[in-house]
Ligand binder design. Structure first.
Ligand SMILES: *Cc1c(COP(=O)(O)O)cnc(C)c1O
Length: 450
């Protein structure tokens, strides 16, 4: 019997990140400034270091990973690839199911893969302070973790409702030395504007981004760091897919379908893009992004230029969007509650090169619990979305009798999400459908371009 855990030695941590832009059939749609013209790279230099701006626009297929970043990756990379034998058996499927487990990082998700790289380039550029936003706290804790490694102060604008409901992620950020504020705050123009309209605003990712960007843009010693969506973030995450490919090769397998949850697109891009390289070269492989029905960006949004934040401080990005003032319902997969999506993922979806599906909340928890009972690991609510789709694929394989190979990304563990599991077991969780009407109302407010 072949291995259950497929492990790579530290010497096989990838030496380069893979840039999907090199293999896309069309160049990415450029970000636009307030005047509707493509922005110049230096428009971003107030908040990002040059090296990351270069990566954002680079067309090079491979980009070297700095030695010190690879050195620190050793704390959690290469991450294990598991063959889900017990889940396969429980489902009675002929499919082979594999999952790449990113919950082994200190912060418990894939997010430190890019946090580390971003903090390193900022330190190299002489930056001593970073601001960022966080929803459920996964990203804030990842940046806090690496900030202290490089002597960088980290200030996190945490969506107020999460700040109140998720005290342990907040504590984690404090252990790693970050300052955490409940957003909207009265410390930025953006925050004060929101509070003037609604003093009890629960906050949103879009608002917190506005605050963090505003502060970074106004201080020379401070840059901004984003946990998803941007090209360089997805680039850094491609260590996941590169390792997974190598691990499957070790057991002589190759996926028919690669599945990942999709919020801003970073862990999806991370696992799927290295397989897209094969697809571009003619190999058949399906790449499937899974999102919540309550925030169905790819499946119900519009492919249009929109802001990345609520107030409209960021450049306009061409992406699937539900509208920049979209207020997602309070589902528990906090990492999937973003109005937009990665422009790269969006373009590939628009061109029919990747697939997307939306799944309702209750089904995701049901899948997550079935997974935990078979495989042991308690998945993050975001990861439950991928599990749900993977189980659907495995069940289809049972019906057709085809021994498909399914690979999914288990993007994080759910140890800080037990309150959500509690609510699931108490029957307190609901499914939310985002109505066509709400989509239309939000779309009417898209910025006019061209
Ligand atoms: C943040 C997060 C996600 C969603 O973000 P992406 O950028 O789409 O990857 C998914 N899973 C976990 C565990 C997360 O923390």
């Amino acid at each position: 019997m072949s291995d259950t855990k497929i492990l790579l030695p530290e010497s096989e941590i990838p030496a380069q990140w893979y840039n999907v832009i090199a293999d896309m059939p069309n160049p990415p749609a450029p970000p636009l400034g307030p005047d509707g013209q493509p922005i110049t790279p230096d428009a971003l230099s107030a908040i990002f270091p040059d090296a990351l701006i270069e990566q954002e626009v680079s067309g090079e297929r491979w980009i070297d990973i700095p030695d010190e970043v690879r050195e620190i990756y050793r704390l959690w990379r290469p991450s294990p690839l598991f063959r889900a034998r017990r889940l396969e058996k429980a489902l009675g499927t002929p499919a082979r199911i594999y999952y790449k487990y990113e919950g082994v990082s200190p912060a418990g998700s894939h997010k430190p893969n890019t946090a580390l790289a971003q903090a390193w380039y900022n330190r190299e550029a002489g930056i001593r302070r970073l601001t960022t936003e966080t929803g459920a706290g996964q990203w804030g804790s990842s940046l806090a973790l690496v900030g202290q490694m490089f002597g960088i102060e980290v200030r996190v604008y945490m969506v107020k409702v999460s700040y109140e409901q998720k005290p342990f992620r907040r504590s984690m950020m404090q252990v790693w030395g970050a300052e955490v504020l409940a957003s909207p705050t009265d410390q930025t123009e953006a925050g004060r504007r929101i509070l003037a309209e609604d003093p009890d605003s629960p906050g949103s990712l879009g608002i917190a981004i506005s605050e963090a960007v505003e502060e970074a843009a106004s201080r020379d010693d401070t840059n901004y760091s984003l946990g998803s969506v941007l090209n360089h973030v997805l680039l850094h995450q491609t260590v996941i897919g590169q390792e997974a490919k190598r691990q499957l090769e070790m057991v002589g397998d190759y996926p028919d379908v690669v599945i990942a949850p999709c919020g801003g697109g970073s862990n999806f891009g991370g696992i799927a893009f290295p397989f897209f390289a094969d697809k571009a070269a003619g190999r058949e492989v399906r790449l499937l992004a899974v999102e919540p029905t309550s925030c169905p960006t790819l499946t119900k949004g519009q492919y249009a230029y929109d802001f990345g934040d609520t107030i409209g401080l960021t450049p306009l990005m061409k992406m699937y969007t539900l509208g920049h003032d979209f207020m997602p319902p309070g589902i528990h997969a906090g990492g999937l509650r973003y109005h937009g999506d990665s422009p790269l993922v969006s373009q590939l979806y628009h061109e029919g090169l990747i697939e997307a599906v939306a799944v309702p909340q209750l089904a995701t928890f049901e899948a997550g619990v079935a997974f935990a009972r078979a495989e042991g690991i308690i998945p993050a609510p975001e990861s439950c979305h991928a599990i749900c789709a993977a189980i659907d694929e495995a069940n289809r394989a049972r019906e057709t009798g085809e021994p498909k190979t399914i690979l999914f990304n288990l993007s994080g563990h759910g140890h800080f999400d037990m309150a959500a599991y509690d609510r699931y077991f108490n029957g307190e969780l609901e499914d939310f459908e985002y109505s066509e009407e709400a989509v239309r109302a939000s779309m009417a407010k898209l910025p006019k371009v061209g």
